[in-house]
Structure formats: structure tokens, C-alpha cells
Ligand binder design. Structure first.
Ligand SMILES: [Fe+2]
Length: 292
């Protein structure tokens, strides 16, 4: 079955991919003329390649996979404009303080917060403390909060801005594509979605987490994490399965294709080109761990 998967793992042309990735670049609102280059571009592309391959393996048709890969390339566009210093400062502090960093976690701790208003609630509660940290609590800082706690709203706003450009390039943006990109932070938004949309959402969560765990640089920039490894990655995916966010079907497919070596190049790229023998041994062992 993997023979029908292109070696590039791309269902989109190279030029379409470059066009899509440009939408991660964001004009700095406070420094006219400065463009903040999209930090998540490489992660997004590597993730999109893995996602499409898994979708193909699970039997989705090529036209759908093309649209899905488009959504996967843009899945982190809601963080375009991420100001590494500011974002890192706010969210590293929040994690240290045990403050929820995702919408669902926020609502668990603060059930009084109106659904969708998590950014505003965070801002009201912690404004003084952010100021004490020396953070200029202006719109730009709030935007960094929105990138996590108001992700859906921000992504939707940015997608609307690029939709006419996508159309000019013959790319249609469907509601299901947005839903798929929101599954990690907002699984509840897919409760009523067709099974195939849910499955594509799951594949994205599995692949982006696998990539993120392999991607040491990004992990340490975002979270001061420096010990990313594949054992932890699959342990985390297992925990998402236990939580009900990933199905056995999707996790088995990811494990099988990773075990077969389909993603070695991508995973090596996320690690500056090198996988250790220990990494490779572990990755190859995944194939025998799967029943799919
Ligand atoms: Fe991502």
C-alpha cells in the first residue's frame, strides 16, 4: 500500500507549498517594514508530509488528501507573528506557575470563563503579574496569549485574510479543513463532525506531536524542553489514545509507517539531519509493536 505514496510525500506542487508557507510570515505591528518570519514553517511542512502519507495508508482518496495536506501545511498559521522572546517569556512563566496554557485546560480550572473568551480571562487575571515581569502589556503581548488560548479565533481571522489569495491560486478552503487544524486544542469542535474528518484531525495531532517531540530546537524555544526523544513521543501519543483523543487505528498506522522507515528523513531533518543508532533501533522496533 505504501508504494502509492510519493517519495516526496507531497500531494501539492512545490510552488503551492512555498506559497502556502509564505502565509506564516507576518508584518511586525510595531516595527513597520519588519517581517516576522514564520517560525513554524518547517514543522508544518514536515507534519503535512507525514499526515498525507498516513491518510493515504488509511484509504483516503487523493483529492481529499490534497486538500488535507493544504490544511496541514497551514495548521499552525494561527501562530503567525509569534514573537519568540515575548511568547517564550509569557508561556514559560505560565507553565512555571501552573497556569493552563490550552483552552480546554483553562476551562477545566476556570469553568466560569465563557467558551471562547479564554484570552480575555487570562488577561484580566494576570495583567498585573505580567507587568511585574516587565512585559509591556499592550495589544502585541495579548496577541501572544491569543496564539494559545484564543487559537481558533486567531486562525479563523488569518484564514479569512488569505482565503481570497488561496482562491486566486485555485485552492479552496473548506470548513472541514479548519476543523481538522483545531482538533488538538479543541477536540470538542469535532464531536459532530463526520468520522473521516475526525480521523484526519487525529492524524494531524499524532503527526504534529511526533514531529514536535523530535524537533529539539522548537521544543527548547517554546518550552525550555531539551530532551525530546522518540520514546517520549510515542508515550505521549499513547496517553492521547488513553484519553480518547487518538484512536488505535490512527496510532497503529503512524507506528507502522514510522517503523517501516517512511518518515526517517523527515524525523532526521527535525534533528539537524542525524538520527542516532539508538533512535533508529527504536524506530524500527515500532513496526513489530503494531497490530495493523
Ligand atoms: Fe503544529
Amino acid at each position: 500500500m505504501t508504494s502509492s505514496i510519493p517519495t516526496s510525500l507531497l500531494w501539492l506542487s512545490e510552488s503551492t507549498v512555498s506559497t502556502l508557507l509564505q502565509y506564516y510570515d507576518y508584518p511586525h505591528p510595531e516595527n513597520p517594514g519588519e517581517i516576522i518570519e514564520g517560525y513554524d514553517k518547517h514543522h508544518a511542512l514536515r507534519t503535512a508530509k507525514m499526515c498525507a502519507a498516513v491518510a493515504k495508508h488509511l484509504g483516503h482518496d487523493d483529492e481529499r488528501i490534497r486538500q488535507y495536506q493544504t490544511a496541514c501545511v497551514l495548521h499552525d498559521m494561527g501562530r503567525a507573528g509569534l514573537d519568540q522572546d515575548l511568547f517564550g517569556k509569557i508561556w514559560t512563566w505560565a507553565r512555571t506557575e501552573g497556569i493552563p496554557t490550552r483552552p480546554a485546560e483553562w476551562r477545566d480550572v476556570h469553568p466560569e470563563t465563557t467558551y471562547g473568551n479564554e484570552t480575555e480571562a487570562f488577561w484580566t487575571l494576570y495583567l498585573d503579574q505580567l507587568q511585574e515581569l516587565g512585559i509591556k502589556t499592550e495589544a502585541w503581548a495579548k496577541e501572544q496569549v491569543e496564539m494559545r488560548l484564543g487559537y481558533a479565533r486567531r486562525l479563523s481571522r488569518l484564514i479569512k485574510q488569505v482565503e481570497p489569495k488561496l482562491e486566486q491560486d485555485g485552492i479552496q478552503w473548506f470548513d472541514w479543513m479548519e476543523l481538522v487544524t483545531l482538533y488538538y486544542y479543541y477536540p470538542e469542535k469535532l464531536d459532530a463532525a463526520p468520522e473521516w474528518v475526525h480521523e484526519l484531525g487525529e492524524i494531524l495531532v499524532a503527526c504534529e506531536q511526533l514531529e514536535a517531540y523530535s524537533n529539539r530546537e522548537r521544543g527548547s524555544d517554546y518550552y525550555n524542553r531539551s530532551d525530546e526523544n522518540f520514546i517520549d513521543a510515542f508515550k505521549y501519543l499513547e496517553s492521547l489514545k488513553d484519553k480518547g483523543q487518538l484512536s488505535d487505528k490512527v496510532l497503529s498506522a503512524v507506528r507502522l509507517l514510522t517503523g517501516q522507515g517512511l518518515f526517517d528523513t523527515i524525523l532526521a531533518e527535525a534533528r539537524d539531519g542525524q538520527l542516532s543508532d539508538k533512535d533508529l533501533d527504536y524506530l524500527r522496533s515500532l513496526e513489530s509493536q503494531t497490530s495493523a
